[in-house]
Design a protein around this ligand. Structure first.
Ligand code: HEC
Ligand code: HEC
Ligand code: HEC
Ligand code: HEC
Length: 439
């Protein structure tokens, strides 16, 4: 049986290559693999702060795709949007790199999330090779096909459309963006598809809060709903699939850490069965060299940007704010010795080791006072403010160092939560962690 099926699909592939679509009356049973991603929020590469959270990134995603695609000829690859994060210059560099990466990954359909409009229409239209799809979203200067159809090697026709929740976009109130009612737009597209394409599988990409997206399963004719949307990187996203009357709802997780795989089997009577799993792009996943090159180019631009901002910072007069650990050492030798044996005293080295000691997104937690008056600027300008020093937890204590008085020790416990947040230190627990740095 297995051999026979392989042979048939091979013949079909060859045959399709030289003529038009396969015969409409042919048996439309077979298998489709839908691979889905989304909610990446500019996460080109995980920071590596925590082993468990060290998942995802464009390098691992590409190596997964390059390995998987040749084995799975009947695949539909889709992305659910929200690929950008903050509207900063660095954020824009990330967005550019992210879109370049997606452009090389051979996606079949990519939808726009509310976060993807952060840099405006001009930015989006400057990006090439993106198979956008959007049924109820119109952007000035960017053509957005309302649906796409893919004829797989096995002859199955998969039809994809995308609808977004207008409420999410009104929050960003951009006058160059027009949204219409998602349900009406979907029904209109479905009607057109039924007449012209007679698809075997109807996939709707929704960009909405989970509950709203799930409601689109009830629309007659829809087989699969895949929903994306993320507000911030600490969001917990429910990836559990929901099956309902021969249909299924699935959602990608946060930050591009995992790839969703939904295997759909269509029986000769048209009945569909589903098998879903999330593939973790963990630290053992290989890094794709093409994407590493892209990432390194991004990183070099981040360094350039950092160097350019130094000039301006150097012009500003810096008053001394922090006493620095070397001053504390003069009276608290025992505490200093214990501190110097902890990771806090090597936090900056950890950045140097991964070629990140110029990235503001890392420096905030791995130095003393980066971005604050009198705080870390660069290792050349402020060599005494590298690492997570005493004054991070005990507060600025220049005055205390000159005229020692007590009464503030208890405040230090509250500091941990500024850096030991879920994304960077998911296992943080004060009593256990304090034991490891106690002094
Ligand atoms: C919100 C604060 C925060 C930010 C931002 C941050 N880190 Fe971290 N980082 C931490 C914390 C906290 C730990 C320790 C985690 C633990 O052990 O639970 C850590 C640990 C690390 C480690 C492991 C150090 C070791 O010796 O094991 C590396 C490497 C690292 N971070 C790199 C980075 C890079 C690169 C960036 C920027 C892309 C970054 N960090 C951004 C807080 C942060
Ligand atoms: C000139 C000596 C001296 C220097 C320098 C100094 N301290 Fe102290 N520190 C003291 C003395 C003395 C006490 C005890 C004060 C008391 O209990 O009244 C103290 C107490 C403390 C306490 C306990 C406070 C409490 O509520 O009991 C902390 C925390 C502390 N110092 C942190 C620091 C830090 C951080 C630095 C560096 C920025 C620093 N000290 C620099 C002498 C110094
Ligand atoms: C990561 C945060 C952190 C860093 C960094 C840190 N401390 Fe502390 N320190 C604490 C906490 C928490 C306590 C305990 C406060 C309490 O009793 O609740 C403490 C207690 C102390 C005390 C009071 C000890 C006692 O029981 O009287 C001194 C003195 C002190 N630290 C000095 C230092 C010095 C000097 C450095 C730098 C060499 C330093 N600390 C670095 C968090 C930190
Ligand atoms: C300014 C950000 C920051 C604050 C505040 C902070 N940490 Fe950390 N912490 C880090 C970073 C960065 C690392 C990783 C350093 C490395 O290993 O390179 C780390 C690592 C650690 C580690 C693992 C390293 C080791 O030596 O075991 C422990 C434990 C820890 N922190 C406890 C605490 C506790 C407890 C507090 C609060 C009292 C605290 N930290 C406050 C940034 C911070």
């Amino acid at each position: 049986m297995k051999i026979l099926r392989t042979a048939t699909s091979l013949i079909l592939t060859v045959w399709m290559g030289c003529t038009a679509l396969p015969d409409q009356t042919a048996s439309r049973s077979g298998e489709v693999l839908i691979v889905y991603s989304g909610n990446a929020l500019g996460e080109l590469k995980p920071c590596g702060c925590d082993k468990e959270e060290d998942q995802g990134g464009i390098e691992r995603r590409m190596s997964y795709l390059k390995q998987m695609m040749p084995q799975e000829p009947n695949t539909l690859l889709v992305d659910l949007g929200d690929n950008f994060k903050g509207s900063t210059r660095q954020g824009k560099l990330k967005a550019q790199t992210m879109m370049q990466a997606l452009g090389r990954m051979n996606y079949d359909a990519i939808t726009l999330g509310d976060k993807d409009l952060l840099y405006g229409n001009g930015f989006l239209s400057s990006i090439q090779n993106i198979p956008w799809v959007a049924a109820n979203l119109q952007l000035e200067g960017l053509a957005l096909p309302p649906s796409r159809i893919k004829v797989l090697a096995n002859g199955l026709k998969v039809w994809v459309t995308a609808v977004a929740d207008p409420d999410l976009f009104y929050a960003s109130s951009d006058s160059n963006v027009k949204l219409s009612d998602p349900l009406a737009a979907l029904q209109q597209q479905l009607e057109a598809a039924r007449k012209s394409a007679s698809p075997d599988l109807v996939v709707v990409l929704t960009h909405m809060p989970r509950d709203k997206g799930m409601r689109f399963l009830d629309v007659p004719g829809v087989d699969i709903v895949i929903n994306g949307h993320i507000e911030k990187d600490s969001d917990i996203i429910d990836m559990t699939p929901v099956e309902k009357g021969g249909k299924i709802f699935v959602a990608p997780g946060p930050l591009g850490q995992k790839m969703g795989e939904l295997r759909v089997r269509i029986n000769p009577d048209g009945e569909k069965t589903f098998q879903q799993k999330m593939v973790r792009l963990g630290s053992k996943a290989p890094l794709d060299p093409e994407m590493t090159q892209l990432y390194d180019a991004y990183n070099a631009k981040v360094e350039e940007l950092f160097m350019a901002t130094l000039a301006a910072k150097r012009k500003q007069k810096q008053n001394r704010v922090y006493a620095t650990d070397q001053t504390c050492l003069t009276c608290h030798a025992k505490e200093h010795d214990l501190w110097s044996k902890t990771g806090h005293s090597r936090a900056y080295t950890a950045l140097q080791e991964v070629n990140k000691s110029f990235d503001p997104e890392c420096l905030v937690c791995h130095t003393t006072g980066f971005g604050k008056p009198g705080g870390f600027i660069s290792e050349i300008d402020t060599p005494k403010l590298i690492n997570v020093q005493c004054e991070i937890c005990h507060g600025v204590r220049l005055e205390h160092a000159q005229n020692p008085q007590g009464g503030f020790a208890g405040e230090a416990r509250a500091a941990c939560g500024k850096c030991h947040v879920k994304k960077h230190s998911p296992k943080f627990n004060f009593s256990q962690y304090w034991l490891r740095i106690r002094h």
